[in-house]
Design a protein around this ligand. Sequence first.
Ligand code: PFF
Length: 457
Amino acid sequence: MAQLNPNLRDGFGSKLGVIAAAAGSAVGLGNIWRFPYVVGQNGGGAFLLVYLLFILVIGVPVMLSEFVVGRRSQRNALGAFKKLAPGTYWHVIGIMGIGAAFFILSFYTTVSGWTLEYLVFSLSSSFEGKDKEELNVMFEQFRMSGLKPLIYQMIFMFFTAFIVFKGVKNGIEKYTKLLMPALLLIIVVLCVRAVTLPGAGQGLVFLFKPDFMKITGDVVLQALGQAFFSLSIGMGALITYGSYINSENNLSNSAFSVTLTDTLVAVLAGVAIFPAVFAFGIQPEAGPGLVFITLPMIFEQMAGGYFFSLIFFLLLVIAALTSTISVLEVVVAYVSEELGMNRKKATVLSAISISVLGIFCTLSQGPMPEIHIGNRNLFDILEFVSANIMLPLGGLLIVLFVGWYMKKDEVFDEISNKNKLKVRFKWLYLYIIKFVAPVAIALVFLNGLGFFGAFSN
Ligand code: PFF
Protein backbone atom coordinates (compact mmCIF):
# COMPACT_ATOMS: atom_id res chain seq x y z
CA MET A 1 0.00 0.00 0.00
CA ALA A 2 1.36 3.42 -0.91
CA GLN A 3 2.60 5.45 2.04
CA LEU A 4 1.89 9.15 1.71
CA ASN A 5 4.77 10.30 3.81
CA PRO A 6 7.57 7.83 4.37
CA ASN A 7 8.70 9.69 7.49
CA LEU A 8 5.31 9.34 9.13
CA ARG A 9 5.42 6.76 11.90
CA ASP A 10 2.97 3.88 11.68
CA GLY A 11 0.32 4.06 14.40
CA PHE A 12 -3.11 3.02 15.61
CA GLY A 13 -5.97 4.37 13.53
CA SER A 14 -8.72 4.49 16.13
CA LYS A 15 -9.51 4.61 19.83
CA LEU A 16 -10.97 1.13 19.66
CA GLY A 17 -7.82 -0.06 17.93
CA VAL A 18 -5.69 1.20 20.83
CA ILE A 19 -7.83 -0.66 23.33
CA ALA A 20 -8.05 -3.84 21.28
CA ALA A 21 -4.28 -3.95 20.83
CA ALA A 22 -3.33 -3.07 24.41
CA ALA A 23 -6.05 -5.23 25.95
CA GLY A 24 -4.97 -7.95 23.55
CA SER A 25 -1.48 -7.69 24.99
CA ALA A 26 -2.73 -7.76 28.56
CA VAL A 27 -5.26 -10.56 28.17
CA GLY A 28 -3.25 -13.70 27.63
CA LEU A 29 -2.11 -16.97 29.09
CA GLY A 30 -1.53 -14.96 32.26
CA ASN A 31 -5.30 -14.55 32.66
CA ILE A 32 -6.59 -17.91 31.54
CA TRP A 33 -3.77 -20.33 32.27
CA ARG A 34 -1.91 -18.69 35.16
CA PHE A 35 -4.53 -16.64 37.05
CA PRO A 36 -6.90 -19.52 37.94
CA TYR A 37 -4.17 -21.75 39.32
CA VAL A 38 -2.48 -18.94 41.22
CA VAL A 39 -5.87 -18.10 42.78
CA GLY A 40 -6.31 -21.80 43.52
CA GLN A 41 -2.95 -22.05 45.24
CA ASN A 42 -3.35 -18.84 47.20
CA GLY A 43 -6.68 -19.29 48.91
CA GLY A 44 -9.29 -18.02 46.42
CA GLY A 45 -11.36 -14.96 47.40
CA ALA A 46 -8.76 -13.39 49.67
CA PHE A 47 -6.17 -13.45 46.91
CA LEU A 48 -8.67 -12.01 44.45
CA LEU A 49 -9.37 -9.08 46.72
CA VAL A 50 -5.71 -8.16 47.14
CA TYR A 51 -5.13 -8.64 43.42
CA LEU A 52 -7.96 -6.24 42.57
CA LEU A 53 -6.60 -3.67 44.96
CA PHE A 54 -3.15 -3.81 43.33
CA ILE A 55 -4.61 -3.62 39.85
CA LEU A 56 -6.40 -0.40 40.73
CA VAL A 57 -3.80 1.30 42.90
CA ILE A 58 -0.62 0.22 41.13
CA GLY A 59 -1.55 -1.35 37.79
CA VAL A 60 -3.43 1.63 36.34
CA PRO A 61 -0.79 4.24 37.32
CA VAL A 62 2.09 2.14 35.98
CA MET A 63 0.24 1.50 32.73
CA LEU A 64 -0.54 5.17 32.35
CA SER A 65 3.13 5.99 32.97
CA GLU A 66 4.16 3.65 30.16
CA PHE A 67 1.69 5.31 27.81
CA VAL A 68 3.04 8.73 28.83
CA VAL A 69 6.64 7.75 28.05
CA GLY A 70 5.64 6.15 24.76
CA ARG A 71 3.43 8.88 23.38
CA ARG A 72 5.66 11.70 24.57
CA SER A 73 8.74 10.25 22.92
CA GLN A 74 7.15 8.63 19.84
CA ARG A 75 9.84 6.00 20.07
CA ASN A 76 10.45 2.35 20.89
CA ALA A 77 11.10 1.12 24.45
CA LEU A 78 14.81 2.02 24.35
CA GLY A 79 14.76 5.05 22.06
CA ALA A 80 12.06 6.58 24.27
CA PHE A 81 14.48 7.04 27.16
CA LYS A 82 17.31 8.20 24.89
CA LYS A 83 15.01 10.90 23.58
CA LEU A 84 13.44 12.00 26.88
CA ALA A 85 16.60 11.71 28.97
CA PRO A 86 19.57 12.17 26.62
CA GLY A 87 23.01 11.60 28.06
CA THR A 88 21.69 9.62 31.06
CA TYR A 89 21.55 5.94 31.92
CA TRP A 90 17.74 5.73 31.93
CA HIS A 91 17.79 3.84 28.63
CA VAL A 92 18.93 0.84 30.65
CA ILE A 93 15.18 0.36 31.25
CA GLY A 94 14.79 -0.17 27.52
CA ILE A 95 17.71 -2.58 27.31
CA MET A 96 16.19 -4.61 30.12
CA GLY A 97 12.78 -4.48 28.45
CA ILE A 98 14.17 -5.87 25.21
CA GLY A 99 15.94 -8.59 27.18
CA ALA A 100 12.69 -9.40 28.98
CA ALA A 101 10.87 -9.56 25.64
CA PHE A 102 13.38 -12.18 24.44
CA PHE A 103 12.96 -14.23 27.61
CA ILE A 104 9.17 -13.96 27.83
CA LEU A 105 8.62 -14.79 24.20
CA SER A 106 10.85 -17.87 24.50
CA PHE A 107 8.86 -19.57 27.25
CA TYR A 108 5.53 -18.05 26.28
CA THR A 109 5.71 -19.56 22.79
CA THR A 110 6.45 -22.94 24.38
CA VAL A 111 3.11 -22.85 26.23
CA SER A 112 1.39 -21.20 23.25
CA GLY A 113 2.56 -24.17 21.16
CA TRP A 114 0.92 -26.51 23.68
CA THR A 115 -2.34 -24.60 23.38
CA LEU A 116 -2.24 -25.02 19.61
CA GLU A 117 -1.61 -28.75 19.99
CA TYR A 118 -4.50 -29.00 22.46
CA LEU A 119 -6.74 -27.24 19.99
CA VAL A 120 -5.83 -29.94 17.48
CA PHE A 121 -6.39 -32.64 20.14
CA SER A 122 -9.83 -31.17 20.80
CA LEU A 123 -10.67 -31.16 17.13
CA SER A 124 -9.79 -34.82 16.80
CA SER A 125 -11.64 -35.80 20.02
CA SER A 126 -8.39 -37.05 21.54
CA PHE A 127 -9.61 -36.69 25.14
CA GLU A 128 -12.46 -39.11 24.58
CA GLY A 129 -12.66 -42.00 27.03
CA LYS A 130 -9.49 -40.97 28.89
CA ASP A 131 -9.28 -40.76 32.69
CA LYS A 132 -7.06 -38.37 34.62
CA GLU A 133 -4.08 -40.73 34.58
CA GLU A 134 -4.30 -41.19 30.83
CA LEU A 135 -4.64 -37.45 30.25
CA ASN A 136 -1.57 -36.93 32.37
CA VAL A 137 0.37 -39.44 30.29
CA MET A 138 -0.92 -37.78 27.13
CA PHE A 139 0.41 -34.40 28.26
CA GLU A 140 3.77 -35.86 29.34
CA GLN A 141 4.19 -37.87 26.15
CA PHE A 142 3.49 -34.84 24.02
CA ARG A 143 5.88 -32.68 26.01
CA MET A 144 8.65 -35.27 25.90
CA SER A 145 8.26 -36.11 22.24
CA GLY A 146 10.83 -33.51 21.18
CA LEU A 147 9.85 -32.57 17.69
CA LYS A 148 6.09 -32.04 18.01
CA PRO A 149 6.13 -29.25 20.60
CA LEU A 150 8.86 -27.55 18.58
CA ILE A 151 6.82 -27.65 15.41
CA TYR A 152 3.82 -26.15 17.20
CA GLN A 153 6.01 -23.50 18.79
CA MET A 154 7.41 -22.54 15.38
CA ILE A 155 3.93 -22.41 13.84
CA PHE A 156 2.90 -20.09 16.64
CA MET A 157 5.94 -17.91 16.16
CA PHE A 158 5.17 -17.78 12.47
CA PHE A 159 1.63 -16.48 13.12
CA THR A 160 3.02 -13.91 15.54
CA ALA A 161 5.66 -12.71 13.09
CA PHE A 162 3.13 -12.65 10.25
CA ILE A 163 0.96 -10.12 12.07
CA VAL A 164 3.87 -7.96 13.26
CA PHE A 165 5.35 -8.06 9.75
CA LYS A 166 2.23 -6.36 8.42
CA GLY A 167 2.74 -3.32 10.61
CA VAL A 168 0.88 -1.52 13.37
CA LYS A 169 -2.31 -0.42 11.64
CA ASN A 170 -2.57 -3.16 9.01
CA GLY A 171 -1.29 -5.93 11.24
CA ILE A 172 -1.54 -5.54 15.00
CA GLU A 173 -4.60 -3.29 15.06
CA LYS A 174 -6.47 -5.13 12.33
CA TYR A 175 -6.02 -8.58 13.86
CA THR A 176 -6.59 -7.63 17.49
CA LYS A 177 -9.82 -5.84 16.52
CA LEU A 178 -10.95 -9.06 14.91
CA LEU A 179 -9.75 -11.48 17.60
CA MET A 180 -10.61 -9.67 20.84
CA PRO A 181 -14.41 -9.66 20.34
CA ALA A 182 -14.21 -13.39 19.54
CA LEU A 183 -12.26 -13.94 22.73
CA LEU A 184 -14.82 -12.05 24.83
CA LEU A 185 -17.68 -13.96 23.28
CA ILE A 186 -16.03 -17.33 23.91
CA ILE A 187 -15.29 -16.58 27.53
CA VAL A 188 -18.89 -15.51 28.18
CA VAL A 189 -20.21 -18.73 26.59
CA LEU A 190 -17.85 -20.78 28.76
CA CYS A 191 -18.98 -18.92 31.89
CA VAL A 192 -22.62 -19.59 31.18
CA ARG A 193 -21.85 -23.29 30.74
CA ALA A 194 -19.82 -23.41 33.96
CA VAL A 195 -22.30 -21.68 36.25
CA THR A 196 -25.12 -23.89 35.07
CA LEU A 197 -23.26 -27.06 36.06
CA PRO A 198 -24.73 -28.84 39.08
CA GLY A 199 -22.68 -27.97 42.17
CA ALA A 200 -21.20 -24.86 40.57
CA GLY A 201 -21.98 -22.72 43.61
CA GLN A 202 -19.10 -24.10 45.61
CA GLY A 203 -16.64 -22.92 42.98
CA LEU A 204 -18.09 -19.43 42.99
CA VAL A 205 -17.90 -19.31 46.78
CA PHE A 206 -14.24 -20.32 46.59
CA LEU A 207 -13.52 -17.58 44.06
CA PHE A 208 -15.50 -14.74 45.62
CA LYS A 209 -15.74 -15.30 49.36
CA PRO A 210 -12.64 -13.86 50.99
CA ASP A 211 -11.23 -15.62 54.01
CA PHE A 212 -9.01 -12.94 55.51
CA MET A 213 -7.05 -15.48 57.53
CA LYS A 214 -5.54 -16.60 54.23
CA ILE A 215 -3.88 -13.27 53.48
CA THR A 216 -0.19 -13.81 54.24
CA GLY A 217 2.84 -11.80 53.15
CA ASP A 218 3.43 -14.29 50.38
CA VAL A 219 -0.13 -14.11 49.08
CA VAL A 220 0.08 -10.31 48.91
CA LEU A 221 3.30 -10.37 46.95
CA GLN A 222 2.13 -13.12 44.61
CA ALA A 223 -0.90 -10.98 43.84
CA LEU A 224 1.27 -8.03 42.90
CA GLY A 225 3.49 -10.20 40.69
CA GLN A 226 0.44 -11.59 38.92
CA ALA A 227 -0.88 -8.05 38.40
CA PHE A 228 2.35 -7.03 36.65
CA PHE A 229 2.50 -10.02 34.38
CA SER A 230 -1.17 -9.91 33.56
CA LEU A 231 -1.24 -6.21 32.68
CA SER A 232 1.89 -6.52 30.48
CA ILE A 233 3.59 -3.78 32.45
CA GLY A 234 7.25 -3.32 33.34
CA MET A 235 9.02 -4.16 30.08
CA GLY A 236 8.06 -1.45 27.63
CA ALA A 237 5.39 -3.31 25.65
CA LEU A 238 2.99 -0.53 26.55
CA ILE A 239 5.65 2.14 25.97
CA THR A 240 5.94 0.76 22.45
CA TYR A 241 2.16 0.64 21.97
CA GLY A 242 1.88 4.05 23.64
CA SER A 243 4.15 5.48 20.98
CA TYR A 244 1.55 4.51 18.36
CA ILE A 245 -1.29 6.33 20.13
CA ASN A 246 -2.35 9.61 18.52
CA SER A 247 -2.34 12.98 20.25
CA GLU A 248 -6.15 13.09 20.63
CA ASN A 249 -6.42 9.92 22.69
CA ASN A 250 -7.30 10.21 26.35
CA LEU A 251 -4.49 8.15 27.87
CA SER A 252 -6.03 7.68 31.30
CA ASN A 253 -9.30 6.46 29.78
CA SER A 254 -7.36 4.00 27.66
CA ALA A 255 -5.40 2.75 30.65
CA PHE A 256 -8.66 2.28 32.60
CA SER A 257 -10.39 0.46 29.75
CA VAL A 258 -7.48 -1.88 29.17
CA THR A 259 -7.15 -2.65 32.87
CA LEU A 260 -10.88 -3.24 33.19
CA THR A 261 -10.91 -5.64 30.23
CA ASP A 262 -7.92 -7.55 31.56
CA THR A 263 -9.41 -7.86 35.01
CA LEU A 264 -12.80 -8.83 33.70
CA VAL A 265 -11.33 -11.61 31.58
CA ALA A 266 -9.26 -12.91 34.51
CA VAL A 267 -12.33 -13.00 36.76
CA LEU A 268 -14.45 -14.54 34.01
CA ALA A 269 -11.75 -17.18 33.47
CA GLY A 270 -12.07 -17.93 37.19
CA VAL A 271 -15.86 -18.12 36.87
CA ALA A 272 -15.51 -20.46 33.90
CA ILE A 273 -12.99 -22.74 35.56
CA PHE A 274 -13.71 -23.05 39.32
CA PRO A 275 -17.36 -24.15 39.15
CA ALA A 276 -16.27 -26.88 36.74
CA VAL A 277 -13.36 -27.85 38.98
CA PHE A 278 -15.63 -28.13 42.01
CA ALA A 279 -18.52 -29.73 40.15
CA PHE A 280 -16.17 -32.58 39.22
CA GLY A 281 -14.62 -32.86 42.66
CA ILE A 282 -11.10 -31.69 41.79
CA GLN A 283 -8.76 -29.79 44.09
CA PRO A 284 -8.39 -26.15 43.01
CA GLU A 285 -4.65 -26.17 43.75
CA ALA A 286 -3.89 -28.36 40.71
CA GLY A 287 -1.15 -25.94 39.52
CA PRO A 288 0.07 -25.26 35.98
CA GLY A 289 -1.42 -28.54 34.73
CA LEU A 290 -4.92 -27.25 35.56
CA VAL A 291 -5.60 -26.22 31.99
CA PHE A 292 -3.91 -29.09 30.16
CA ILE A 293 -4.80 -32.05 32.36
CA THR A 294 -7.72 -31.17 34.61
CA LEU A 295 -9.87 -29.28 32.13
CA PRO A 296 -9.76 -31.94 29.38
CA MET A 297 -10.90 -34.39 32.03
CA ILE A 298 -13.83 -32.11 32.85
CA PHE A 299 -14.70 -31.59 29.19
CA GLU A 300 -14.60 -35.33 28.76
CA GLN A 301 -17.36 -35.80 31.34
CA MET A 302 -19.50 -32.77 30.55
CA ALA A 303 -22.48 -32.57 28.22
CA GLY A 304 -21.35 -30.75 25.07
CA GLY A 305 -17.72 -31.33 26.07
CA TYR A 306 -16.45 -31.56 22.49
CA PHE A 307 -17.72 -28.11 21.63
CA PHE A 308 -16.62 -26.52 24.91
CA SER A 309 -13.13 -27.96 24.78
CA LEU A 310 -12.79 -26.73 21.23
CA ILE A 311 -13.77 -23.17 22.04
CA PHE A 312 -11.75 -23.19 25.26
CA PHE A 313 -8.49 -24.03 23.49
CA LEU A 314 -9.36 -21.63 20.71
CA LEU A 315 -9.75 -19.00 23.41
CA LEU A 316 -6.28 -19.82 24.75
CA VAL A 317 -4.71 -19.63 21.29
CA ILE A 318 -6.29 -16.23 20.57
CA ALA A 319 -5.37 -14.85 23.97
CA ALA A 320 -1.78 -16.02 23.58
CA LEU A 321 -1.43 -14.67 20.05
CA THR A 322 -2.60 -11.14 20.82
CA SER A 323 -0.01 -11.11 23.64
CA THR A 324 2.93 -12.56 21.74
CA ILE A 325 2.59 -9.94 19.01
CA SER A 326 2.98 -7.19 21.59
CA VAL A 327 6.15 -8.78 22.94
CA LEU A 328 7.66 -9.27 19.49
CA GLU A 329 6.74 -5.67 18.60
CA VAL A 330 8.98 -4.42 21.42
CA VAL A 331 11.99 -6.01 19.74
CA VAL A 332 10.96 -5.19 16.18
CA ALA A 333 10.32 -1.51 16.98
CA TYR A 334 13.74 -1.31 18.60
CA VAL A 335 15.60 -3.07 15.78
CA SER A 336 13.90 -1.06 13.06
CA GLU A 337 14.17 2.36 14.68
CA GLU A 338 17.47 2.16 16.48
CA LEU A 339 19.38 -0.08 14.10
CA GLY A 340 17.79 1.43 11.00
CA MET A 341 16.41 -1.75 9.45
CA ASN A 342 13.08 -1.92 7.65
CA ARG A 343 10.17 -3.52 9.53
CA LYS A 344 9.97 -6.63 7.42
CA LYS A 345 13.65 -7.50 7.79
CA ALA A 346 13.56 -6.56 11.46
CA THR A 347 10.60 -8.89 12.06
CA VAL A 348 12.20 -11.87 10.36
CA LEU A 349 15.52 -11.32 12.13
CA SER A 350 13.94 -10.84 15.57
CA ALA A 351 11.59 -13.81 15.24
CA ILE A 352 14.44 -16.09 14.16
CA SER A 353 16.80 -15.03 16.92
CA ILE A 354 14.13 -15.34 19.63
CA SER A 355 13.16 -18.75 18.24
CA VAL A 356 16.68 -20.04 18.86
CA LEU A 357 16.31 -19.40 22.58
CA GLY A 358 12.70 -20.61 22.41
CA ILE A 359 13.76 -23.96 20.98
CA PHE A 360 16.09 -24.62 23.90
CA CYS A 361 13.34 -23.53 26.24
CA THR A 362 10.89 -26.06 24.82
CA LEU A 363 13.50 -28.80 24.81
CA SER A 364 14.33 -28.10 28.46
CA GLN A 365 10.67 -28.84 29.28
CA GLY A 366 10.87 -32.16 27.47
CA PRO A 367 13.63 -34.36 26.13
CA MET A 368 16.57 -32.21 27.29
CA PRO A 369 16.07 -31.62 31.01
CA GLU A 370 19.85 -31.34 31.28
CA ILE A 371 19.54 -27.67 30.23
CA HIS A 372 19.17 -26.42 33.78
CA ILE A 373 20.73 -24.48 36.62
CA GLY A 374 20.22 -26.04 40.03
CA ASN A 375 16.75 -27.56 40.04
CA ARG A 376 15.33 -25.12 37.49
CA ASN A 377 15.32 -25.90 33.78
CA LEU A 378 15.75 -23.20 31.16
CA PHE A 379 11.98 -22.65 30.90
CA ASP A 380 11.65 -22.10 34.65
CA ILE A 381 14.71 -19.83 34.73
CA LEU A 382 13.43 -17.58 31.96
CA GLU A 383 9.97 -17.41 33.54
CA PHE A 384 11.43 -16.68 36.96
CA VAL A 385 13.95 -14.08 35.81
CA SER A 386 11.56 -12.20 33.55
CA ALA A 387 8.39 -12.25 35.66
CA ASN A 388 9.93 -12.00 39.12
CA ILE A 389 12.95 -9.81 38.44
CA MET A 390 12.84 -7.96 35.13
CA LEU A 391 9.17 -6.85 35.14
CA PRO A 392 9.08 -5.53 38.72
CA LEU A 393 12.46 -3.85 38.33
CA GLY A 394 11.45 -2.35 34.99
CA GLY A 395 8.14 -1.16 36.46
CA LEU A 396 9.90 0.36 39.42
CA LEU A 397 12.32 2.26 37.20
CA ILE A 398 9.53 3.43 34.89
CA VAL A 399 7.50 5.00 37.71
CA LEU A 400 10.65 6.52 39.18
CA PHE A 401 11.45 7.96 35.77
CA VAL A 402 8.01 9.50 35.24
CA GLY A 403 7.54 10.50 38.88
CA TRP A 404 10.97 11.91 39.64
CA TYR A 405 12.90 12.52 36.41
CA MET A 406 10.25 13.91 34.08
CA LYS A 407 8.97 17.38 34.83
CA LYS A 408 5.58 17.51 36.49
CA ASP A 409 4.24 19.88 33.83
CA GLU A 410 5.43 17.61 31.07
CA VAL A 411 3.58 14.65 32.60
CA PHE A 412 0.39 16.65 33.19
CA ASP A 413 0.65 18.06 29.69
CA GLU A 414 0.72 14.53 28.30
CA ILE A 415 -2.17 13.10 30.30
CA SER A 416 -4.34 16.17 29.69
CA ASN A 417 -3.53 16.46 25.96
CA LYS A 418 -2.02 19.91 26.45
CA ASN A 419 -4.70 20.98 28.89
CA LYS A 420 -7.56 20.06 26.59
CA LEU A 421 -8.81 17.42 29.04
CA LYS A 422 -9.68 17.91 32.66
CA VAL A 423 -7.91 15.19 34.61
CA ARG A 424 -9.28 15.37 38.14
CA PHE A 425 -7.05 12.78 39.71
CA LYS A 426 -3.71 14.03 38.34
CA TRP A 427 -2.30 14.85 41.77
CA LEU A 428 -3.32 11.48 43.11
CA TYR A 429 -1.64 9.86 40.12
CA LEU A 430 1.55 11.82 40.75
CA TYR A 431 1.53 10.89 44.42
CA ILE A 432 1.08 7.21 43.60
CA ILE A 433 3.87 7.05 41.05
CA LYS A 434 6.24 9.01 43.26
CA PHE A 435 5.67 7.11 46.49
CA VAL A 436 3.08 4.34 46.67
CA ALA A 437 3.95 2.39 43.54
CA PRO A 438 7.75 2.41 43.99
CA VAL A 439 7.48 1.06 47.53
CA ALA A 440 4.98 -1.64 46.59
CA ILE A 441 6.95 -2.69 43.53
CA ALA A 442 10.16 -2.82 45.53
CA LEU A 443 8.41 -5.35 47.77
CA VAL A 444 7.50 -7.60 44.82
CA PHE A 445 11.01 -7.34 43.54
CA LEU A 446 12.50 -8.37 46.85
CA ASN A 447 10.02 -11.22 47.01
CA GLY A 448 11.14 -12.32 43.57
CA LEU A 449 14.65 -12.60 44.93
CA GLY A 450 13.40 -14.61 47.88
CA PHE A 451 13.86 -11.99 50.58
CA PHE A 452 10.49 -12.84 52.05
CA GLY A 453 11.06 -16.58 52.03
CA ALA A 454 10.23 -16.55 55.70
CA PHE A 455 6.59 -15.69 54.91
CA SER A 456 6.08 -18.44 52.34
CA ASN A 457 3.71 -21.23 53.17
N1 PFF B 1 -0.01 -9.98 29.84
C1 PFF B 1 0.27 -11.24 29.20
C2 PFF B 1 -0.57 -12.32 29.87
O1 PFF B 1 -1.29 -12.04 30.83
O2 PFF B 1 -0.52 -13.44 29.40
C3 PFF B 1 1.73 -11.58 29.26
C4 PFF B 1 2.63 -10.47 28.82
C5 PFF B 1 2.47 -9.89 27.56
C6 PFF B 1 3.58 -9.98 29.68
C7 PFF B 1 3.26 -8.84 27.19
C8 PFF B 1 4.40 -8.92 29.31
C9 PFF B 1 4.23 -8.36 28.06
F1 PFF B 1 4.95 -7.37 27.70
